[in-house]
Write a protein that binds this ligand. Structure first.
Ligand code: ADP
Length: 459
């Protein structure tokens, strides 16, 4: 899937699985709730109607069969509309005259067909009536009875009953959705945890992702990823071993060539031959330097080693580094100065810290002009401990300053003798132990300032 089609997505199919799941489940739940409400309304409506019809029939029969004739108790409209009271009409046996009624205001004639019917007395609300007309009695003089009930009242009662029955579902719905939300969120949380695990991997020594809290459905994916990681790990190891072995194998013959060249010097005739000989010697020295840097690089790429809890006094370390590089300084007649105005301690393997400062001071000595000046300063800048390595060489062109940390990158036209690996090695070691290297061309004259910011805990 390319970036543009990933970005768009269709409105009806969101890219988030969680949103998709929730949208579908909410729609299904709401659909189910509406259907259930409708069914329960119809079912309970019928139930209430049938029960009320039965009551009407019983009342009508009790009046029709009474001897002497029972007369209906008078009532008012309020009872008919809000309490649904039955209105009883007693008609003459031929159905022509209304003899008695519980509410004379209501003028519904005796229905020709016995049984249940629906009658409307107008178009306003409350004008629909349910009517039960009792059958002719067995005696000819037996009066006819008709019972009426307000239809609106019956509908309200059915609705109330249906609502009451639907209440548990209505309450359960948000609760079910909340539980769904929690379950889906938990699942996506575990996915995010896996992603965090992957993101925090050390690219040099990736470790297996834990399957402990991964849902069953995602476990195969994580296992496959672990498999891939282990292959990446072994590929890294193979590559590292190759560089290490190659550099190692080259070191001994190169050292032998170096010795041979040194022995040969006395026998080289003066003149052009000496000049060629010097070039040869410089070439061998460069090759030896490259081999050393490659060895260093492959060791650095190996999973972390060394005593990480070592407390290293930076001043002592810098003095050691400067004095070891004095040979190079002397060879190039560079004046090296060290100035330490604060005490600083960094907790890290000393060898790794040495590789940071050795590479920076080595560069300063190599790129400073013959007879130049290099200063190493341990001091505080804006309250933070820093080490500055200053030289008066050509500096680095602005456009190359970000690239000089890349492996094998050399500024075009830079002095011969380098491998392009020194700054890459220095930066990797620095970043591992909370140090930061900043390169800046000097503003007070020609040259480069390499500033190492020590961790806040150093001073
Ligand atoms: P190299 O072995 O070539 O010095 P580095 O990684 O140490 O490799 O440096 C990369 C490049 O950065 C060098 O080739 C050089 O062009 C430039 N550089 C590094 N330090 C300095 C410096 N002090 N002055 C000028 N250029 C520098």
């Amino acid at each position: 899937m390319n970036a543009s089609s990933r970005g768009k997505g269709r409105w009806w199919r969101p890219r988030s699985l969680r949103t998709q799941l929730l949208l579908w489940l909410i729609t299904l739940h709401l659909g189910a709730a509406v259907l259930t409400a409708w069914f329960s309304f119809v079912a309970y409506g019928n139930l209430v109607h049938n029960a009320l019809d039965d009551q009407m029939r019983l009342v009508a029969e009790s009046y029709a069969g009474s001897d002497p004739q029972k007369l209906p108790r008078p009532m008012d409209g309020e009872a008919a509309f809000s309490r649904g009271a039955f209105i009883v009409q007693i008609w003459s046996p031929d159905g022509g005259t209304l003899r008695a009624t519980s509410w004379p205001v209501l003028t519904v004639p005796l229905q020709p067909q016995p049984g249940f019917s629906d009658v409307n007395t107008g178009t306003h609300a409350g004008s629909a009536w349910r009517v039960f007309t009792a059958e002719h009695g067995s005696r000819a003089d037996q009066p006819r009875v008709q019972v009426l009930q307000n239809e609106d009242y019956r509908r309200r009662r059915a609705l109330r009953r249906a609502l009451l029955e639907g209440l548990p579902i209505t309450l359960l719905l948000p609760l079910a959705l909340l539980i769904l939300w929690i379950i889906v969120s938990a699942a996506s949380r575990s996915l995010r945890a896996v992603a965090r695990d992957v993101a925090s991997q050390d690219e040099r020594s990736p470790t297996e992702l834990s399957l402990a809290r991964v849902p069953d459905e995602i476990a195969p994916l994580v296992s496959a990823f672990n498999n891939l990681l282990s292959r990446v790990r072994s590929a890294f190891a193979t590559q590292r071993r190759f560089v290490q072995d190659a550099a190692h194998e080259l070191r001994t013959p190169m050292a032998a060539i170096g010795l041979q060249i040194e022995n040969l010097r006395a026998h080289v005739p003066a003149g052009e031959a000496t000049e060629r000989f010097n070039q040869l010697e410089a070439g061998v020295t460069r090759a030896q330097h490259l081999i050393e840097q490659l060895l260093h690089l492959s060791r650095q790429d190996a999973p972390r080693a060394g005593n990480a809890n070592e407390r290293v006094d930076i001043e002592v370390l810098l003095r050691d580094s400067v004095s070891q590089l004095m040979v190079l300084a002397d060879a190039r007649r560079v004046d090296v100065g060290f100035e330490g105005s604060i005490a600083a301690v960094v907790v890290a393997p000393a060898a790794e810290l040495r590789s940071v400062f050795d590479n920076l001071i080595d560069n300063a000595l190599r790129y400073a002009p013959e007879g130049g000046v290099v200063d190493v300063k341990l001091h505080k800048v804006e309250g933070h401990a820093v080490v500055d390595v200053l030289d008066n060489g050509p500096g680095i062109p602005k456009e190359a300053i970000d690239r000089v940390f890349d492996r094998f990158f050399r500024v075009p036209g830079a002095a011969a003798g380098g491998s392009g690996l020194g700054l890459a090695i220095a930066r990797t070691a620095a970043e591992r132990h909370g140090l930061r290297i900043e390169l800046r061309n000097r503003t007070d004259g020609p040259g480069l300032m390499a500033r190492v910011h020590l961790p806040a805990s150093a001073a």
